[in-house]
Design a protein around this ligand. Structure first.
Ligand code: NAP
Ligand code: GLV
Length: 310
């Protein structure tokens, strides 16, 4: 089974080495040197690769996303019909995301922006101590990432609520779902963490209407996709003081153009889509396992459900 690694730069070598370390017998082709297109049966790729290229491989029977998100594979023209798409689920991917969430929740909770401003002005002044038990946190998305982050926030003593598509019961987390649940979680979130997949239902979900339903002085954290947030609405909510701050790991577009207002807004903390970066050596065993399953006609792992979009 020939596998095409459809990525470029140093990541290509890291992925090749990690996959070969798990299965030295793999026939790995490095984009753009696919060789005979008819030999390619699996493509491992990220959103920067042209989806139209997949139509060149008539024997394709598996597409693997190099990350947890798959919106980049489902956008038009999509992957070839009938070819399954697998996402990644990985303990390091999950824990890195929770670290980003904890970093930024604690940054805002412990008034770090205000203390940094005081330091710049050499002001020695204690601000009122924040109460952890009074800082309500809402987590949008209770999947691989959301559940881990929610659990770690709850372990710190924050009251945590979560929101998913289908009803859930998670000890220590107040679970909401559906349209009513969305309203409820917005109204009670002093900090709102977005860890949703980007789908037609969730695109633009964090808009002026959503921000207006959040408590005055609330914070937004988005490490899911830039398309979840209507960015002009976020800037307006920050400028009006309704929202007190935002931490964004993802934007639309990416990379963010140098003159984009998100870069320099004093209420925004930005990271360049770096909250949780896939480590090839960590995910290679599951990718190789899926390649073997595809070869042997066994059930595949971590498959994307095209009807729900994640
Ligand atoms: P996941 O396991 O698929 O979980 C998605 C969660 O979102 C599920 O709980 C799902 O509900 C919920 N959801 C989906 N559509 C919904 C809707 N319309 N209404 C309410 N809830 C909805 O995804 P994941 O692994 O946690 O990853 C989430 C996203 O994080 C990825 O899709 C990706 O975009 C992003 N991500 C970003 C980075 C980064 O570095 N910034 C890294 C990795 C991933 P159900 O449980 O009911 O299905
Ligand atoms: C990164 O954004 C991922 O989806 O894994």
């Amino acid at each position: 089974m020939a596998v095409l690694l459809a990525t470029k730069g140093h990541a290509q070598a890291a992925w090749r080495d990690a996959l070969l370390a798990c299965d030295p017998g793999l026939d790995i082709r490095l984009w753009p040197d696919a060789g005979d297109p008819a030999a390619i049966e699996a493509v491992v790729m990220w959103g920067t690769h042209d989806l139209a290229d997949l139509a060149r491989y008539p024997a394709l029977r598996l597409v693997v996303s190099m990350g947890a998100g798959v919106d980049h594979l489902l956008r038009p023209p999509g992957t070839p019909k009938g070819v399954p798409v697998a996402r990644l689920k990985d303990v390091l991917l999950t824990s890195a995301m929770s670290e980003w969430v904890l970093l930024n929740v604690l940054r805002f909770h412990r008034q770090d922006p205000a203390y940094r401003a005081q330091q710049a002005a050499a002001i020695w002044h204690e601000l009122p101590a924040p109460a952890t038990a009074a800082r309500r946190i809402g987590v949008l998305g209770l999947g691989e990432l959301g559940q881990d982050a929610a659990g770690k926030l709850a372990a710190l003593g924050f009251p945590v609520a979560g929101w998913s598509r289908l009803p859930k019961t998670i000890p220590g987390i107040a679970c909401h779902h559906g349209a009513e649940g969305f309203d409820a979680i917005l109204r009670q979130s002093d900090m709102l963490v977005c860890l949703l997949p980007l789908t037609p239902e969730t695109r633009g979900i964090l808009d002026a209407g959503a921000f207006a339903r959040m408590p005055r002085g609330a914070f937004l954290l988005n490490a899911a996709r830039g398309g979840h947030v209507v960015q002009p609405d976020l800037l307006a909510a920050l400028d009006s003081g309704h929202l007190a701050g935002a931490a964004l790991d993802v934007t639309d577009p990416e990379p963010l153009p140098p003159d984009h207002p998100l870069w320099r807004h004093p209420g925004i903390v930005l990271t360049p889509h770096a909250a949780s970066i896939t480590i090839p050596a960590s995910v290679a065993p599951q990718v190789v396992d899926n390649l073997r399953r595809a070869r042997e006609g066994q059930p595949l792992l971590n498959l994307v459900d095209f009807s729900r979009g994640y």
